[in-house]
Design a binder for this molecule. Structure first.
Ligand SMILES: [Zn+2]
Length: 258
């Protein structure tokens, strides 16, 4: 496996889990370990304070390696593939035909330093990415979800063991969603279950959709006033092609507004 991609290192530093291959590589690779360590510290400093003065200087040996790299500049600008090839370059060079012109430097050295250049560039790019992400996070707070109503759903006589609950939340974009849970030992049989909102006097109702399994989330249409449609109902529906309520309610409850 080649070195970890700088973008992956940045994401891992931000808390994404490593794959098995990635963690195996990092265990064995000093370069990637250092990259990851530096970026994690950047993330911690970035999250805890905006005072960038807290960032420590890189260790002396990092500057030594950069200085050595600058002294070695005649190397052509590396192509993206060269970093991938760096790890396998030495064996390939060693097995070259004897008649080939002798390389001007020890096999692998150039690739290794080019790889280092790329690692440093990658580290800088990764650090910039982390700072950008941390910066954005500090301005864009996680979307607020507000609970606006809830209901306990009680069983109808034909479904004595059933129970349920419903919670209406309003998301940051204004969309209202009702989360419905149904607890029952009964099977759906040949039919299916459907979630409804019904007015208090049962004069009007609207279907929110099919409840697949024991819980589901349903968007409430914009034109539905939940202060009118206060009853949450889950019905057992036969496969008869009739979109109307079957009249066979399993559970129902009235919304209680926060
Ligand atoms: Zn590595």
């Amino acid at each position: 496996m080649s070195h970890l991609d700088p973008d992956r290192i940045a994401l891992i530093a931000l808390g994404e889990p490593m794959s098995l291959d990635e963690s195996r590589h990092v265990e064995q690779c000093d370069d990637c370990t250092i990259d990851l360590f530096e970026l994690r510290r950047t993330v911690i400093v970035g999250r805890s304070t905006v005072d960038m003065g807290d960032l420590e200087s890189p260790p002396e040996r990092v500057w030594d390696r950069i200085a050595a790299e600058v002294a070695d500049l005649p190397d052509p600008v590396p192509t993206p593939d060269e970093r991938l090839d760096a790890d396998s370059a030495a064996p390939a060079a060693a097995s070259r035909d004897e008649s080939a012109p002798a390389p001007t430097q020890a096999p692998g050295t150039g690739s290794r330093s080019r790889a280092l250049t790329r690692a440093m560039v990658g580290l800088a790019a990764g650090a910039a990415l982390v700072l950008a992400i941390v910066g954005v996070w500090s301005f864009v707070r996680p979307a607020q979800v507000v609970e606006v109503a809830a209901a306990t759903l009680a069983a109808f006589p034909d479904h004595p063991d059933a129970a349920g609950s419903a919670v209406v939340v309003e998301e940051a974009d204004g969309e209202r969603v009702v989360r419905v849970e149904l607890d029952t030992e009964e099977s759906e049989g040949d039919g299916y279950r459907e979630v409804w909102l019904i007015t208090a006097d049962a004069s009007a109702l609207v279907s929110l959709g099919i409840l697949d399994g024991s819980e589901g989330e349903f968007a409430i249409p914009d034109d539905i006033d939940i202060h009118q449609y206060v009853l949450v109902d889950v019905s057992q529906e036969p496969l008869d092609g009739d979109p109307a309520h079957s009249g066979d309610s399993i559970v129902r409850g009235e919304l209680d507004f926060a």
